[in-house]
Design a protein around this ligand. Structure first.
Ligand code: PAF
Length: 279
């Protein structure tokens, strides 16, 4: 496994290869969710590159950039065992040189849901993702459905900026209790993880209600709030039932496929999760 610490090392590695190259962008603190993305790349691509870069641009001033879990040695051991071909671990100073002045902005989808609470988040994400696409020149890229809005916006980035690559959406990996795996779960002890698992349980309750014929979004929103409000440690940032393509809120009743998503605070840590309801 090549550990490319500079852009030049990564570019040189890439340009010697005339095969199907998969890229899995990560911010490190690898877990089984990342491993699922990597395994899919290993399965369908000839070469797999995993990037590890804690991207400062996608963190707001009051967010957890400084405390975000980092363990490069552990991550490298995991990647080595998986037998990937190259890990790209650039320095912040090389990715964002002191005169960096161009960021990419999405003007519609990124203003909704997560974008409402985290105004610069998606610009930060698509700026780094574009840079990684340009440096690694992958034929295939792999992102998790856990970050559903990110996935939708990255697909739009690929379409609008004519990146010639295939984007693979990989299902969310969950703990046995249903909690979606996330690097931020490392902030929690076991009892907090058990509390956090109520987020997915509440999403499943909404799914069961729709299965049972309840299509009224106001009723569904009340059911979700009640379910979360029963657990004093959890605070809802938002709960949304939105059109899967436009991410616009459904106003009255569900009549086509929706993204049901939420952001919840547990002891100051913001957790997101979602389910897609296909109609
Ligand atoms: O999903 C993530 O871990 C990050 O947002 C990504 C896509 C690696 C960009 O920094």
């Amino acid at each position: 496994m090549l550990i490319a610490r500079t852009i030049q090392e990564c570019v040189s590695f890439r340009y010697k290869i005339n095969k199907r190259v998969g890229l899995v962008p990560t911010m490190g603190a690898l877990h089984k969710g990342h491993i699922a993305l990597i395994k899919q790349s290993l399965k369908i691509c000839d070469i797999t590159i995993v990037s590890i870069f804690l991207n400062p641009k996608q963190f707001g001033a009051s967010e957890d950039l400084d405390s975000y879990p980092i363990d490069d040695l552990r991550d490298l051991k995991i990647l080595n065992k998986l037998n990937i071909d190259c890990v790209f671990m650039p320095l912040k100073s090389e990715i964002y040189e002191s005169d960096h002045s161009i960021d990419i902005v999405e003007n519609k989808l990124s203003k909704l849901l997560e974008g409402d609470s985290r105004p610069n988040f998606f610009s930060g994400v698509i700026t780094i993702v574009s840079k990684l696409f340009n440096i690694c020149n992958p034929s295939d890229v792999f992102f998790g459905e856990k970050d559903a809005q990110q996935l939708i916006i990255i697909k739009k980035l690929i379409k609008d900026l004519n990146y010639n690559l295939i984007c693979h959406a990989i299902p969310t990996v969950r703990s046995e209790n249903g909690l979606a795996l996330s690097s931020r779960n490392e902030y929690f002890n076991e009892s907090q993880k058990e509390i956090a698992s109520n987020i997915y349980k509440s999403l499943c309750l909404i799914k069961a209600k729709i299965d049972g014929g309840e299509y009224n979004v106001n009723v569904l929103k009340k059911i979700f709030s009640k379910s979360i409000d029963n657990i004093p440690e959890l605070q809802i940032d938002y709960f949304s039932i939105a059109d899967i393509h436009t991410l616009e809120e459904v106003s009255k009743t569900i009549s086509s496929t929706v993204l049901i998503s939420t952001a919840i605070l547990l002891d100051g840590v913001r957790l997101i999760d979602n389910i897609e309801y296909v109609i």
